[in-house]
Write a protein that binds this ligand. Structure first.
Ligand code: SF4
Length: 403
């Protein structure tokens, strides 16, 4: 299936080659919007109550039915339970949701099924039951730090010991595919402590790491606490130093830095997140989840009651945006530059045409001179310095609306 989009500048449609590839990779994201407690830095949609939990699963199954044609029978390679806290789901709920997906979508036999989990939910009994009774085959554990004072700063409910036990329990239960999240840039996270967090990660031989700089999002409790001087301010210089250390240690330990915040041993790249980074199609289910089909993006309502009461897809969708060629180009530049595969000039030429190629070639020159981007033939990748300014560099390579 090819997606034809109007290519205004040449006055003729072009074939999105990117979309041609999309036939082979699609994913389903399922947002589980419950948490035991709201962490101060978090701006994901979730509620600290399980009041609507039973009816929520029914609503989710209903949404799956209503949107079963969204992926147009494309082969689904990944299902990702994100949140919120998907590890609050029971074995029965997980299996009911997956069984429904199996009846409605074209599911690949070799399916990656990830469950995001909080350390305090991962007892040995629970992980063994998940292994024995569900097809979950990958965990994403929200460790954030192995130090209690950092976890206290972030208002997390677990402690460092629980984080270690969670990893050990997942491994004991027989899961070999797992990632953990570690946050750097936390005030009080000294360089020594950051090294120690990474030591623990390497010592467990975990095959994948997602590591992010602490960002103080608007309207979060953390922003309020900082403004009231109840929490220390985030120090950007410290954060940059942490990132530099991370890159050094990751390289020394033979992990591939395949996306700006993601690191993996060969064979353990996140298939699901790669769908986002490579511009593939995905269906997002649950409140606040978003979906992309190659030319438009849509967001579900970020409200539990409204979501549960929606008996039609239109009532569930809060916003829909059809992407222009310029937006698709900018998204390609942004996501590809964040990956180790980089931005491909041939792809730009094939998909977007010669004027975009000329624009990119002209605007990237300055960054090559500043040594923020390295050119390897037709591919452009961020240098070590460039990675520190990834979003800013990409934004400077965007075309304007009136291009
Ligand atoms: S557990 Fe995760 S999703 Fe829930 S509030 Fe904390 S950071 Fe947000």
């Amino acid at each position: 299936m090819f997606t034809l989009i109007s290519y205004k500048r040449l006055g003729k449609p072009i074939i999105l080659l990117f979309s041609q590839k999309l036939m082979f990779m699609a994913g389903i994201y399922i947002h589980i919007p419950f948490c035991k407690h709201k962490c101060n830095y978090c701006n994901f949609f979730s509620v600290a109550s399980i009041k609507y939990r039973d009816v929520f699963v029914d609503a989710l199954l209903r949404e799956m039915e209503m949107r079963k044609d969204y992926l147009k029978n494309e082969l689904v390679h990944t299902i990702y339970f994100g949140g919120g806290t998907p590890s609050l789901l029971t074995i029965d709920e997980i299996n009911t949701i997956l069984a429904k997906a199996n009846t409605l979508f074209n599911i690949n036999a070799d399916l990656e099924i990830t469950l995001e989990a909080n350390p305090d939910d991962l007892s040995l009994d629970k992980t063994e039951d998940l292994k024995r009774y569900t097809p979950i085959n990958r965990f994403s554990i929200g460790v954030q730090s192995f130090f209690d004072d950092d976890l206290h700063y972030l208002d997390r409910q677990h402690n460092g010991t629980q984080a270690r036990h969670a990893i050990e329990n997942v491994q004991k239960a027989g899961f070999n595919n797992m990632t953990i999240d570690l946050i750097y840039g936390i005030p009080g996270l000294s360089l020594e402590k950051w090294h120690k967090n990474l030591d623990i990660f390497f010592d467990y031989h975990i095959p994948h790491l997602s590591s992010y700089s602490l960002t103080v999002e608007p309207k979060t409790a953390l922003q309020h606490q900082i403004s009231k001087q109840k929490r220390a301010e985030v120090d950007e210089e410290l954060s940059i130093r942490h990132f530099e250390i991370l890159l050094e240690r990751i390289a020394q330990n033979n992990y591939v830095h395949y996306e700006i915040s993601n690191f993996a041993k060969k064979g353990f790249y996140s298939k699901h997140n790669s769908i986002y980074w490579l511009g593939d199609h995905y269906l997002g289910l649950g409140p606040s989840a978003h979906s992309f089909n190659g030319h438009s993006r849509q967001w579900n309502v970020a409200a539990i009651k409204k979501y549960i009461d929606s008996d039609m897809v239109d009532k569930m969708v809060a916003e829909k945006e059809v992407l222009s060629v310029n937006q698709l180009f900018n998204e390609y530049v942004m996501t590809s530059l964040r990956t180790s595969w980089g931005c491909d000039l041939e792809h730009i030429n094939n998909v977007f045409g010669s004027s975009y190629t000329a624009f990119f070639t002209g605007s990237v020159k300055g960054f090559i001179k500043e040594k923020k981007i390295i050119q390897n033939g037709n591919r452009f990748v961020l240098s070590k310095t460039g990675k520190l300014f990834a979003d800013g560099v990409a934004a400077d390579l965007f075309v304007d609306d009136d291009f």
